[in-house]
Design a protein around this ligand. Structure first.
Ligand SMILES: [Zn+2]
Length: 69
């Protein structure tokens, strides 16, 4: 089931809402201030990780020193 992220224009609160149909998007209200002025955000899954040094694929790995012994 699609879960969309919303942000309230009144109190700037982020929240997630499970939306079953496209028409239900317009019926989403802010859980904080019950305002209908909410903006649907694009669902960002893996690009909001704080800090950019968690999963470095193959960069800055200096374990390739020549000469074992
Ligand atoms: Zn609000």
């Amino acid at each position: 089931m699609p879960i969309f992220e919303f942000v309230c224009e009144e109190c700037d609160q982020f929240f997630e809402e499970l939306v079953r149909s496209a028409s239900a998007i317009g019926e989403v209200i802010c859980p904080g201030c019950q305002s209908e002025s909410v903006q649907k955000k694009l669902s960002t899954f893996a690009s909001k990780v704080a800090g950019s040094s968690s999963f470095s694929p193959s960069t800055s790995v200096p374990s390739c020193s020549p000469g074992g012994l």
